[in-house]
Design a protein around this ligand. Structure first.
Ligand code: CA
Ligand code: CA
Length: 298
């Protein structure tokens, strides 16, 4: 049997994850879905002369969707497996005056269009491998909607480069239908997303969406071929690293049957805490992760 593939185009976007957004598409659990995504500026940056010196007319970080999953109810979980990320052939990098980790040095606006050929990025004459990832992915929160600039227990703008081809993103279902949306693909992004901008690019992301009935996580959790990854977000780096570690120590106790003390000790030997996004001062809060090898925690 040929598996049918469902498509959602990039004219169906939202700038927040919100239970009040009308769903753009309804699918069954098990559907393979291709999602067209805009770059973070909805295609308005096309030349080096296009600067980020004015507010975006509509908003930034559009997420395509939301997609309702039939029979999804609060307390369930979603497993979104990233099967493929097809990048456009051009994206952009940019500097915004007075923003990012080096805001004190960033005295000018600048944009560079960046060519992506196959798996290679061409930054002027400098070439390096693309590392495609999904910056924004989440479900609708039970309460007020959350801008796609922010992350939370529902997912959102996690900017976690483990959200890449081959990974499974587990998300909580907080409202009927879950209302999944994703966008903000990067052809490459260094940990920290230091200027506050990755290599922003349009893409087609193919995912398989499974409903996990009654098995919802409270927060996003990422599984790759080799790692388990917890996530956290907050205003302040140290507290956010601590939150990612708290998530991980609980997961280790549960999956490995360890006491808190045992899991805490093992963490200190085997878990990496890492920065996803840390680009203050700027518009976006800090996001972090904790990572453990499946050789230690299958
Ligand atoms: Ca982002
Ligand atoms: Ca981005």
């Amino acid at each position: 049997m040929v598996e049918s593939r469902t498509l959602i185009t990039r004219d169906q976007i939202a700038y927040s994850l919100d239970k009040d957004h009308p769903c753009a598409l309804e699918i069954d659990s098990g559907t393979t879905l291709t999602v067209e995504t805009w770059d973070a500026r909805s295609g308005t940056i096309q030349r080096d002369e296009d600067l980020l010196d004015h507010p975006h007319p509509v908003g930034s970080n559009p997420a395509t969707g939301p997609v309702a999953i039939r029979n999804a109810e609060p307390g369930d979980g979603l497993c979104v497996e990233i099967l493929d990320i097809r990048l456009a052939d051009q994206g952009f990098l940019a500097v915004k005056k007075g923003e990012g980790l080096l805001a004190h040095m960033a005295n000018e606006y600048a944009t560079r269009m960046v060519r992506v050929e196959g798996e290679t990025v061409h930054f002027g004459g400098i070439r390096f491998p693309a590392r495609p990832m999904v910056g924004v992915i989440g479900t609708a929160p039970a309460g007020a909607g959350v801008s796609t600039g922010f992350a939370g227990p529902h997912g959102g703008n996690m900017d976690n480069r483990y959200i890449a081809v081959g990974s499974r993103v587990y998300l909580p279902v907080q409202v009927s239908g879950a209302l999944l949306a994703l966008g903000d693909v990067h052809a490459a992004m260094g940990d920290g997303e230091i200027t506050f901008i990755g290599l922003e690019i349009c893409a087609e992301v193919t995912v398989k969406v499974e409903l996990l009935k009654g098995e919802g996580t409270k927060r996003p959790l990422i599984e790759t071929a080799d790692f388990w990854v917890t996530t956290a977000e907050g205003e302040e780096l140290a507290q956010t690293v601590r939150s990612a570690a708290e998530e991980m120590v609980e997961l280790m106790q549960k999956r490995l049957g360890l006491s808190f003390e045992e899991a805490y000790m093992l963490m200190s030997a085997a878990v990496d805490v890492q920065i996803c996004q840390c680009c203050e001062p700027g518009e976006f809060p800090v996001t972090t992760r904790a990572v453990i090898s499946k050789e230690i925690m299958p």
